[in-house]
Design a protein around this ligand. Structure first.
Ligand code: C2E
Ligand code: MG
Ligand code: MG
Length: 658
């Protein structure tokens, strides 16, 4: 009955003109093709049916290049059932098929839990009411097999990319961060005073930065060297300076501790350098210093040489063993300096004196050693230029005494410890006191009355003589203004007062303040005033003469060329030195000299005073030679000012009695 029903359905379709399609016959899907039998009019139909079974599906699958699974579904009521092929459709999938059919697109479908990408195509059917579908499923696992490889490849590539990125970052860090860190470190070291260079690699900005840094570091080093050079070296001679010498000296003191090594400090001072500098000019002086520096450096090779300033040089000699090496070096230094040299066409024969102090014997420290070598230098100069002398402890005591004297002298003036004593000069023509010579005394609080011989020299060297001499001039003029008008006052003036200037003003002020007539003031000078004064001394003398002040030449006959000075200035008086008077009657020829001097002075219109007349025989002799006046213990010793008033009273009384 079923077949009859199916045949009935076939007729319906054939009548409707269908010639092929899928039909479910006997529960199975089959492909039908119908052909009309004509003889000549239609007598019947031949219908071929081929099973759409598993075999057919397999052959269909083989046609595909990809591993497809094919199957046929037939529709039953509202759902589908698998009618051919290996596909099994579960309930859920079958249910959702309807929706996918409308989309006409591939969808995902699970078959035996294996998801597949599926395409469903309705097949043309032969019988009305039949529905059939061709299902092509492509298992996802197979479809994605290629994609997995791609995925792995992608994953690998990602990993590789990350690794590359990490490497590149690391490299970049190496090329940027690391050089920057090195630069930062180097800058830090540079700031703390080290001299650093960073290595330059490549040609990028960092390399250029590093190169600039190196350049900067180099320049800083250069500048530092220059600053050090300026701080520790003498610009003129290029020798180390005092600062460096002091460092070196301290260093040497440490280095010879607990050893047998001695250090001899040679202090050199060019003789008469000031004269050369003053007469030939500073450039010549500089040239001489440079030459001296070179010579000392040559001779003292291997020893430390420095210029302390001015014309003062030092050599530090390490002595191990033979101590004669010290004398030898000193002699060589003196000999090398003494070689003649020509500066600006002037032939010079320089010379130097050397003072030597030896560490550790002569001083416990560097400063004292230098001072002691300096003392030895003074002694060498005293002994005659161009010699050397060693320090002795006695020099130190002498120096201490002298320093003491200096400080005392400075205070003496403020404290009013100076006093003028006056010694009369007896006029042989008028037979009365013609003048008094003011002679300074120092009432020392501890030492008592100190004679000028003990402090004038120091006062001259320290310059204290200037205010001291000014005081003497004021004081003498003030006292003399109280004396009878015919009595003059004679004041000794030091060459230093001449050369330090201000003497003219001092004298004018002393006269003005006291009201003393200028011709009642006589200043006594010695020949030494001409030694380094030249024209200015003569000018000053003339200017004093022009205001009426008298000028006497003191200690005549003790200098080298006394007579020649008589020609250079019209002195008012010559004071014949005490040494001639002392031997007047004992030494043959002394009388002749004194006679000659008085005669010469007379011829030049100058008065004469004989100094140091102690006995009558001398007086008689001097009178016979026509000496104008005499001064000495025979008449009076230097006396205090208040005694003079009494003296005049006595003199007046004696005159009155006569
Ligand atoms: P002077 O100017 O030649 O003074 C004469 C010196 O001979 C004085 O020594 C005097 O006391 C000393 N005398 C005088 N008669 C005799 C005598 O019969 N026998 C001996 N043995 N000596 C006699 P005093 O006062 O010691 O002065 C020494 C020198 O000090 C002076 O020599 C003078 O050059 C200098 N002097 C003194 N007072 C001053 C002063 O105020 N300023 C300067 N610049 N020098 C002064
Ligand atoms: Mg005098
Ligand atoms: Mg004298």
């Amino acid at each position: 009955p079923r077949l009859a029903r199916e045949a009935e359905a076939l007729w319906v379709s054939l009548d409707a003109g269908r010639l092929g399609g899928v039909a479910v016959l006997g529960g199975k899907p089959r492909q039908l093709v119908a052909a009309a039998l004509m003889a000549p009019s239609l007598i019947g139909w031949v219908v071929f049916a081929a099973d759409l079974d598993a075999r057919e599906m397999a052959s269909l699958e083989r046609l595909s290049a990809i591993p497809l699974h094919a199957g046929v579904l037939v529709g039953e009521q509202s759902s589908w059932r698998s009618a051919a092929g290996t596909m099994r459709l579960d309930e859920k999938a079958a249910g959702s098929l309807e929706g996918h059919l409308k989309d006409n697109a591939a969808f995902e479908m699970a078959d035996d839990d294996e998801p597949s990408i599926t395409l469903a195509k309705p097949l043309p059917t032969f019988l009305t009411g039949d529905r059939a579908l061709l299902i092509l499923a492509y298992p996802k696992s197979e479809a994605l097999a290629g994609a997995r490889k791609l995925q792995i490849a992608l994953g690998l590539m990602t990993l590789l990319g990350m690794a590359l990125a990490a490497f590149a970052t690391w490299r970049a860090a190496g090329r940027i961060t690391e050089p920057l860190a090195r630069l930062d470190h180097a800058a830090g070291r540079l700031a703390s005073g080290e001299h650093v260079k960073v290595q330059v690699r490549g040609e990028d900005e960092l390399a250029r930065l590093a190169a600039t840094f190196n350049e900067m570091s180099g320049k800083i080093e250069e500048r530092e060297k220059r600053i050090t050079q300026l701080a520790f070296n003498d610009v003129l001679t290029g020798l180390p300076n005092r600062t460096m010498f002091q460092q070196q000296l301290e260093h040497l003191y440490h280095s010879i501790e607990d050893s047998d090594v001695l250090v001899a400090l040679h202090c050199l001072d060019l003789d008469q350098f000031k004269v050369i500098n003053d007469t030939l000019g500073h450039p010549a002086g500089d040239a001489l210093l440079i030459a001296a520096g070179d010579r000392i450096r040559d001779v003292a090779r291997g020893h430390f040489v420095a210029r302390l300033g001015g014309d003062e040089f030092v050599v530090l000699q390490r002595v191990e063993g033979d101590r004669n090496a010290i004398d030898r070096l000193a002699e060589q230094l003196i000999a090398s300096i003494a070689r003649p040299l020509t500066i600006d066409g002037n032939e010079l024969v320089p010379s130097t004196s050397v003072g030597i102090a030896i560490a550790p014997f002569d001083a416990p420290d560097g400063g004292t050693l230098l001072r002691n070598a300096d003392l030895a230098l003074y002694r060498a100069k005293e002994a005659g230029r161009g010699t050397f002398a060693f320090f002795e402890e006695s020099l130190n005591r002498r120096a201490q005494d002298r320093r003491r004297l200096e400080t005392d002298l400075r205070l003496a003036l403020e404290r009013g410890e100076f006093e003028l004593y006056y010694q009369p000069l007896f006029d042989l023509e008028s037979n009365r006191i013609g003048s008094f010579e003011a002679l300074i005394r120092w009432n020392h609080p501890e030492r008592g009355l100190v004679p000028p011989a003990e402090f004038i020299g120091v006062a001259e060297e320290t310059g204290i003589i200037v205010p001291m001499g000014a005081w003497a001039l004021r004081e003498a003029c003030r006292k003399a203004s109280e004396w009878p008008e015919h009595v003059r006052v004679a004041v000794n003036v030091s060459p230093v007062q001449f050369h330090r200037g201000g003497l003219h003003e001092t004298i004018v002020q002393a006269l003005a303040a006291s009201g003393l007539a200028p011709d009642r003031l006589e200043i006594e000078i010695t020949e030494s005033v001409f030694l380094d004064g030249g024209d200015s001394t003569l000018k000053l003398l003339h200017s004093l003469r022009s205001i009426g002040v008298r000028i006497a030449l003191d200690d005549f006959g003790t200098g080298y060329s006394s007579l020649s000075y008589l020609q250079s200035f019209p002195f008012d008086k010559i004071k014949i030195d005490r040494s001639f008077i002392e031997n007047l009657l004992t030494r043959p020829g002394a009388t002749a000299i004194v006679a000659a001097i008085t005669e010469l002075a007379h011829a030049l219109g100058m008065e004469t005073t004989a100094e140091g007349v102690e006995d009558n025989a001398q007086l008689v002799e001097l009178r016979s030679h026509g000496c104008s006046s005499v001064q000495g213990f025979l008449f009076a010793r230097p006396m205090q000012a208040n005694q003079i008033t009494r003296l005049f009273r006595d003199e007046d009384q004696a005159r009155n009695v006569a």
